[in-house]
Design a protein around this ligand. Structure first.
Ligand code: MIC
Ligand code: SF4
Length: 759
């Protein structure tokens, strides 16, 4: 119904030959990453596989699929509507998952969300219908789980407008998170560009046991590589340990690779993937992949001598891997379970656990739920109740229907768990959390992937930790962050001391997966007559106006809008939660621009000095004042600026409000590309210490724009308030095409001009 088998057959028919060609041209054994990327080079590209420099060259690729979730699809499709095409050029889907708020439980929450977001869901459904896009209705599930169950295939290349798109790496697909503008290009039939990534090999040996799970692999890797360590890199997992993990376990690892900034992560094809394909109704695909299995994984010479082929190699022994808990406030603060209780005490983090939350796109497989349910069932039989609030978010309707049929949800219910809708919910701050006192420092633990401040409930006092669903379940039962289920006991309702046994679970439901209504809606065969409605007075949707082209001169006299200090993620730049409702309305959502960023001069958020009046005001307000006065401005940031989400609103808002330059110590990949796509200047300090030279009342000029060239630095003249001036060197990573985007005022202006030229 939803998957074009014939297309896949053709793909695989050419696959062996294409791999051989690439191997011959490179004249050496290949990693899986290279096989997939190099067999997906854009046909007009004259890139020679052997000469591509990892981490340096920008390369054009031809992805097989595009996936979009409701919060980012709005902007992606508003842009696509401007491209002037009758239908999408590659198979694409939209998934309604981010806009469903968790409050009371699945049924009422879903009904309320459908009602509240009607206008947006109707818009997405009609655009999908018109342009040939598969539409997954609210309640069908979280994008990445639905993709894994239906569309992901070994050896494919997919892009998705969500940073956890890499989830499909668990089925051997290179799946990369991008901004909506990139998705728009690919749907419009253009090439997709990526800097040739470095390749990090992760050698997994041994086998997990007891309380350890796949999640602990990525929690450990996050601790090793940190939130920046995967930047511009693909992680390729291999070894006997890799083959011992279920496909969904592999997906958990790939999914959370987003948290170390990795371009994506991938596992080679093996019998566990074949098993998953068969178990999810794709026998035909498994038969095809089995026939070319050795071509869907890295060459044996590579895995036998990894240091010769990978840019970096990490070794992890699964036999010895302990469960981990990461956090608070950042996903790379990794604590082995045995050291966690002490860390909680030493740092004074609240030991009482308020809420445990399992599920999300990272951890909501049948295996995850059955292992967690085994703990809940034990707890119930040992007369324990969850001492914390406890919620369960299934990843898809298929998983939910099946675990309900198999009686697993009853176990959660028996200890006080609440099942939420198959959606992102609390993971993205769509959580009407009832709290007695928001000022109180409090702790929550989730099996999600991100734990930045305020992410789940908007409360800066919430300390969020991340762990596997089985550890979260155990801690929620104890109600105590310092509980170690491997060594500690609990007192039950009858006053007896009891311990929890190791979790048990199954990768597959013994009776197979089942679903009554998957929630899929196929597009119209001919969408020409389908009308897409956007009400001109809507406060949720707004058609886009093209951004203005570059004026052709250097940019001068720009005030500093904000110098952001420390972590400035996309959640700080364009917060989610309550703001998700404006994802289709650029002007309205711009009112959240940078309101979470910390002002380096005052330590406060959402308060910056307006250079025109001297008064402090909210960031979006001050920027609107500059815009009204015809002044462009500059945002200064620290390391890894824009880490986190793929949301391009974080790039479009400053563009819309008239910020011209984002100048930082370093960028996160997706955000840097998003800025370039929108025609912004995304620049870095050549000398990182120059960050300290920027003063609150500086005016800035960016010089050298008429000679803007790849690899050639630009200059900035800073004029301080006392009239003294300094010149800094600014680096950039723009290539020719990206410079053309800057000149045109954004990539879309070029696409539109091309489409008009063809018609
Ligand atoms: C997230 O996990 O932060 C999100 C919400 O899924 C985002 C996408 C978005 O901001 O819409 C992501 O990761 O890309
Ligand atoms: Fe949704 Fe959370 Fe997954 Fe993002 S990380 S797609 S918000 S479940």
């Amino acid at each position: 119904m939803t998957f074009d088998l014939e297309m896949l057959r053709q793909h695989y028919a050419q696959w062996t030959q294409r791999c051989d060609d690439v191997r011959q041209s490179c004249n050496r054994p290949l990693t899986l990453t290279e096989k997939i990327l190099l067999t997906h080079l854009w046909s007009d590209s004259n890139a020679s596989p052997a000469q591509l420099r990892r981490g340096v060259d920008y390369v054009d690729f031809a992805p097989d699929r595009v996936a979009m979730q409701d919060a980012t699809a709005q902007m992606a499709l508003l842009q696509f509507m401007q491209a002037g095409r009758p239908s999408v050029a590659v198979p694409s889907t939209v998934h309604c998952d981010h806009l469903i708020q968790a409050k009371a439980g699945a049924a009422t929450d879903l009904r309320e969300a459908v009602d509240k977001n009607k206008e947006v869901f109707d818009f997405l459904s009609s655009v999908s219908d018109k342009y040939g896009i598969g539409f997954w209705k609210p309640g069908a599930g979280i994008i990445h789980q639905v993709i894994l169950e239906n569309y992901a295939f070994p050896g494919g290349l997919m892009i998705g407008t969500d940073s956890h798109t890499p989830n499909a790496g668990g089925l051997g697909m290179i799946a990369i998170g991008v901004g909506g503008a990139d998705a728009c290009d690919v749907m419009a039939g253009l090439a997709w560009e990526l800097k040739m990534p470095r390749i990090i090999g992760v050698h997994l040996r041994g086998k997990l046991s007891g309380w350890a799970s796949a999640k602990d692999v990525i929690l450990k890797v996050a601790g090793i590589l940190t939130v920046k360590g995967g930047t511009d890199a693909i992680l390729e997992y291999f070894g006997d340990g890799a083959q011992s993990l279920s496909a969904t376990g592999k997906s958990t690892i790939c999914n959370m690779g987003a948290e170390i900034g990795a371009t994506t992560s991938i596992f080679g094809y093996d019998h566990r993937m074949a098993e998953y394909l068969r178990g999810t109704g794709r026998k035909d695909v498994a038969t095809m992949t089995d026939a070319i299995a050795s071509h869907l994984t890295g060459d044996p010479e590579v895995y036998a001598n990894p240091t010769a082929y990978f840019d970096q190699v990490i070794e992890i022994n699964l036999d010895e891997l302990e469960p981990h808990i990461n956090g608070p406030f950042t996903p790379d603060l990794a604590w082995p379970l045995s050291q966690f209780a002490q860390a909680v005490r030493e740092h004074g983090w609240p030991a009482q656990l308020d809420v445990g939350l399992i599920g999300s796109c990272t951890n909501s497989s049948y295996e995850d739920i059955s292992r967690s349910a085994s703990i809940a069932a034990q707890a119930a039989s040992k007369k324990l109740k969850a001492q914390s609030e406890f919620t369960i978010t299934p990843g898809s309707e298929m998983v939910r229907y099946t675990v309900e049929r198999d009686g697993l949800l009853e176990h959660f219910d028996a200890i006080g768990g609440v099942v939420l809708a198959n959606a992102c919910g609390p993971c993205i701050g769509q959580w009407a959390r009832h709290s007695d006192d928001p000022q109180r420092k409090n702790s929550i633990i989730t099996s999600f992937n991100r734990n930045f401040a305020k992410r789940n409930d908007g409360n800066p006092n919430t300390h969020a930790f991340v762990a596997s669903p089985e550890i979260v379940t155990a801690l929620a039962i104890a109600g105590d962050l310092t509980f170690n289920p491997m060594t500690d006991s609990l007192i039950n309702t009858e006053g007896f001391e009891v311990t929890l046994d190791e979790p048990q679970g199954l990768a597959f439901p013994p009776k197979g997966f089942e679903v009554a209504d998957s929630g899929y809606q196929a597009p119209a065969i001919d969408g020409a007559s389908v009308k897409v409605h956007v009400h001109p007075d809507s406060d949720r949707l707004q058609l886009l106006d093209p951004f203005a082209a570059w004026e052709g001169t250097d940019l001068t006299g720009m005030p500093l809008l904000i110098k952001a200090q420390g972590k400035c993620t996309t959640d700080h730049i364009s917060m989610a939660g309550p703001w998700l409702k404006y994802r289709g309305h650029l002007d309205n959502i711009s009112n959240n621009m940078l309101i979470g960023a910390v002002n380096a001069y005052t330590g406060q958020t959402n308060s910056v000095r307006n250079q025109l009046t001297g008064a402090y005001g909210a960031v979006p307000e001050v920027q609107r004042a500059y815009k009204a006065a015809g002044l462009g401005s500059v945002v200064v940031g620290d390391e890894n600026y824009g880490e986190g989400s793929s949301r391009e609103h974080a790039a479009m808002e400053p563009r819309h409000l008239g910020v011209r330059v984002i100048l930082v110590r370093s960028f996160a990949r997706i955000h840097e590309t998003n800025l370039k796509k929108q025609g912004m200047l995304a620049l870095t300090f050549a000398n990182k210490a120059d960050y300290d030279l920027i003063q609150e009342n500086d005016r800035m000029d960016v010089l050298g724009l008429n000679e803007f060239r790849p690899g050639q630095a630009l200059r900035m003249r800073l004029t301080h308030e006392d009239g003294s001036a300094k010149e800094l060197q600014l680096n950039h990573s723009y290539n020719e095409a990206q410079i053309a985007w800057f000149r045109a005022g954004g990539a879309l202006n070029i696409i539109r001009a091309q489409a008009a030229g063809h018609s």
